[in-house]
Design a protein around this ligand. Structure first.
Ligand code: NZQ
Ligand code: ZN
Length: 390
């Protein structure tokens, strides 16, 4: 196990009706004038936004709102939010939604006290040293942004989707997690979210760092739990137990716990981000296509940990051949993905004629000559992985 700092100070308020505690949480973390950020309307239709507003009113907190954040959120909404915050003297952001909404709120929070253009942070020209505090009310377990220090924004003009990682500055102060808010999720979003959380665990689990027994055990248990709960949530959308299991799993998958003491990989995420940036696909669905391709490539090049994954997560029998064991695990993983309605090929994802040369050149333009750590992948390797996803 490597040395590590684990700093993950978000307060999680979990359970039924917890959105009624928004006002109390905002006040506890010093907010008095709040910008509520939300998406395309699901939070309005469900009445959630009105309940959040009522909780803020009851606590005497002034609030205004910015709606219309779209999935794979873009830079224009961030600039709109920064201007609004400055005009209204906002001192806290409250994101009501999923990863796209939370990431937009985080980017606004970083941009408000900064003199230049917020995109400088995403180009890594400057680091975020101060930001407005952010709270969240999560409505979809998936991206894990409710517990992460990351924000992922697409620059629409540049077709560039960039993940900004700040271990400290952008972690939400609090996140309200009410599983009942996810009852309205369509099956496809439930499954894409589950795939994303599995990917967050696997990006950390596939490591060359030795002696990672704690994180291996946590990761394997979470992966098995998500695999079991997802079809239950799809079969019965208003079943509290499965929704609660998925909600907490999604947070634990990405708040840093599963990666403590390990060198993490993240190649599959970066390979997917190019798909989202160019073809605007759902992030989790993109990962359902990319991760099996990455694993298939690994089966032939570096199979020890992937064979452990096949045995301990997917129940593949002990065998001497790690490549065969891994490939059997990939088969079971793909069967599971199909069973919850996820695509496993680029064609199934709706990209019939992917421009692999463009995807791959963008990937290495953004990430450098190699991507990932489990095996640092060259341009020739990642091109093969895009082809394995056809
Ligand atoms: O916009 P509305 O109308 O709210 O609809 C949303 C959206 O269409 C809908 N939805 C959310 N909650 C709902 C609901 N529909 C019905 N009932 C509910 N309770 O779901 C759709 C997807 O929402 P989105 O926020 O895009 O989903 P997700 O949480 O999967 O976020 C994806 C974004 O997060 C980024 C992804 O790249 C992508 O841009 N990520 C962020 C990370 C981070 N900040 O740490 C890490 C991840 O790896 C990921 O890259
Ligand atoms: Zn992800």
């Amino acid at each position: 196990m490597d040395n590590f700092d684990f700093y993950s100070p978000t307060e999680f308020v979990f359970g039924r009706d917890t959105e009624s505690r928004c006002g109390e949480c905002v006040a506890r973390y010093g907010g008095s004038r709040v910008l509520i950020v939300y998406g395309g309307g699901s939070a309005v239709r469900s009445g959630l936004l009105a309940r959040v507003g009522a909780s803020l009113d009851a606590a005497g907190i002034v609030h205004t709102a910015l709606g219309g954040v779209r999935p794979n959120p873009t830079d224009d909404k961030v600039r709109e939010g920064i201007a609004l915050c400055r005009a209204h003297g906002i001192d806290m952001l409250l994101a009501v939604g999923g990863g796209s909404v939370i990431d937009t709120a985080k980017a606004i929070a970083a941009g408000v006290p900064y003199d230049g253009d917020f995109w400088d942070f995403f180009e890594h020209k400057v680091t975020v040293s101060e930001a407005l505090p952010v709270g969240t009310v999560l409505t979809i377990p998936a991206a894990g942004s409710e517990g992460s220090g990351n924000s992922v924004i697409t620059n629409a003009a540049l077709q560039k989707k960039i993940s900004l990682r700040t271990p400290r500055a952008l972690r939400p102060r609090f996140s309200i997690l009410n599983p009942c808010l996810t009852f309205t999720l369509p099956a496809a979003q439930t499954a894409a979210g589950a795939t994303d959380m599995m990917a967050h665990i696997m990006e950390r689990y596939f490591t060359n760092t030795p002696d990672t027994a704690v994180t291996d055990a946590l990761s394997e248990a979470l992966l098995r739990t998500i695999a079991e709960a997802t079809p239950q949530a799809i079969a019965r959308p208003d079943g509290y137990a499965a929704r609660a299991t998925l909600m907490w799993s999604g947070t634990l998958a990405h708040n840093g716990l599963c990666g403590t003491g390990c060198e993490e990989d993240w190649a599959s995420h970066f390979i997917e981000h190019e798909l989202s940036a160019i073809y605007d696909v759902t992030h989790g669905a993109g990962l359902a296509v990319v991760f099996p391709a990455w694993l298939t490539w690994m089966a032939r090049h570096h199979a020890a940990k992937t064979a452990q994954w096949a045995r301990n997560v997917w129940g593949v029998a002990e065998g001497s051949d790690d490549t065969a064991t891994t490939l059997a695990g990939v088969d079971r993983f793909k069967q599971w993905l199909r069973s919850v309605g996820m695509p496993v090929t680029l064609a199934e994802l709706g990209i019939d004629r992917p421009d692999i040369a463009l995807l791959n050149s963008r990937l290495h333009e953004h990430m450098g000559p190699t991507v990932g750590h489990y095996v640092p992948l060259t341009a020739a390797d990642t091109e093969e992985i895009y082809r394995l996803a056809l």
